[in-house]
Design a protein around this ligand. Structure first.
Ligand SMILES: [Zn+2]
Length: 426
């Protein structure tokens, strides 16, 4: 046992430069979502590399998924390497899509610049650094133990940033994330090298529309301003809802600290003149105002309760405020999930963290969702965690980076976990 651990750690140290180059290559595919740029070449790059290491490669296009077109095909790659003897399958799943670069960069977001022990670029942290670490971990493991039991799978999937429908959800519907094909799933999202992430909070997105009546802007008293009605909604949110949400605290180990409460983000608001008008606005009283809300909830709350809090406020206004009328439309919902810390994959990865870093792993829950929901809900596979290098706060920001040493250490944790899960007898 000791020998294989040492061999794996040395194997990864020896591949440090290869890990950096692989990460840089992946970042240089500008897999920006939306629209879903460069998915196919990125997936094929991963497929070619793993094919040369004895993996069988399958490409699955998320046909008919949101955004899937011939110009922007939702190309996923699944690589599987069978061992010598039957046994469990360990699957590393990473999303290959990244969010738009945005402004404020001092580095070229798609050049993958190595600077002072870090790699800078969009997707370095979220999550091509994690993907590269899992590939290097598997390659080092195979070199040290070519006759392993069971099977190793690595997938590069699309659209995680937009809900994962053309990626993990699509593959889960086809059985890629279910037993008996797969037993343990590790998702190398950037939760940091010393943390094992058990799940995430719930999500409810909805659109609230307040209604009014159009009239000439010089005589607003003849109409009914939908934006003022929305203002009344926001007033009650400020006065009652935000403090109530902040007061709710979860027993889930959510990080960062602020996300241990329920939260609400006001995502977008539109009313009156559309934002694409040019020249002078026309003098109208707006008859519609729409607000998109992004509510994140705790395992202690039910979705019904979460919705009825907001509906209760709207109904209260309908009762008390003259001419107030509204509509509400659900956009998206995900229930909170949390796997058990003593389940095989969580406890194995935690033990590997302690072995590599010399301190106990921290079990955490993510403030936002990621593809684990599809593995659990569609694939009915509960032995799933997120574990990977990178600092969550850097995701989606300008000058996103990954620390090379963090990738190296995470790759060691992944390789040790792989061995322990494939050979539970040691
Ligand atoms: Zn991510």
């Amino acid at each position: 046992m000791r020998d294989i651990h040492e061999a794996l750690k040395h194997g990864i140290d020896a591949r440090r430069q290869e890990l950096v180059e692989l990460t840089c290559d992946l970042v240089r595919f500008p897999t920006v979502n939306p629209p879903g740029e460069a998915y196919t070449p990125c997936a094929e790059y991963i497929g070619r590399r793993l094919a040369s290491r004895g993996f069988e490669i399958i490409y699955e296009r998320g046909e008919g998924a949101p955004g899937d077109t011939d110009r922007y095909p939702r190309t996923n790659v699944i690589a599987r390497r069978e061992g010598r003897r039957p046994g469990p399958t360990v699957h590393f799943n990473s999303h290959i899509d990244v969010v738009v670069a945005g402004d404020g960069w001092t580095f070229d977001p798609f050049a993958a610049t190595v600077h002072e022990g870090r790699i800078y670029g969009r997707g370095t942290c979220d999550m091509k650094g994690g993907l590269a670490s899992s590939i290097i971990a598997a390659e080092a493991y195979i070199a040290a133990n070519p006759d392993h039991d069971g099977a190793i799978e690595i997938s590069g999937t699309v659209d995680e940033e937009s809900g994962g429908f053309g990626g993990v959800a699509y593959l889960a519907h086809k059985g890629y994330f279910s037993k008996p094909r797969v037993d343990h799933v590790i998702i190398p999202e950037p939760l940091h090298k010393d943390r094992v992430c058990l799940g995430h909070r719930g999500v409810w997105w909805a659109e609230i529309e307040t209604k009014g009546e159009i009239a000439h802007g010089s005589m607003p008293f003849l109409g009914d301003c939908a934006i003022r009605h929305m203002g009344a909604v926001l007033d009650v949110f400020e006065r009652d809802l935000f403090p109530a949400l902040a007061a709710k605290r979860t027993a889930m180990p959510v990080i960062p600290e602020g996300a241990k409460s329920s939260t609400l983000n006001l995502n977008a608001i539109h009313g009156g003149e559309t934002d694409d008008f040019t020249g002078m606005p026309s003098p109208n009283v707006p008859d519609s105002c729409r607000l998109t809300i992004d509510r994140r909830f705790l395992i202690e709350e039910s979705l019904e309760e979460v919705k009825s809090e907001v509906v209760g406020i709207l109904e209260g206004l309908k009762r008390d405020r003259v001419k107030f009328d509204y509509a509400i439309r659900d956009i998206f919902e995900v229930l909170p999930i949390m796997s058990e810390p003593d389940a095989p994959v969580a406890s194995t990865v935690a033990a590997a963290v302690e072995h590599v870093l010399g301190r106990p792993a921290e079990f955490v829950v993510s403030p936002g969702t990621y593809d684990q929901k599809h593995v659990t809900r569609i694939g009915h596979l509960h032995d799933c965690v997120a574990y990977g290098p990178g600092i969550l706060d850097l995701a989606h920001r300008p000058d996103e980076y990954i620390v090379i040493e963090d990738m190296v250490e995470s790759a060691k944790v992944m390789a040790l976990s792989l061995h322990a899960l494939l050979h539970p007898q040691g």
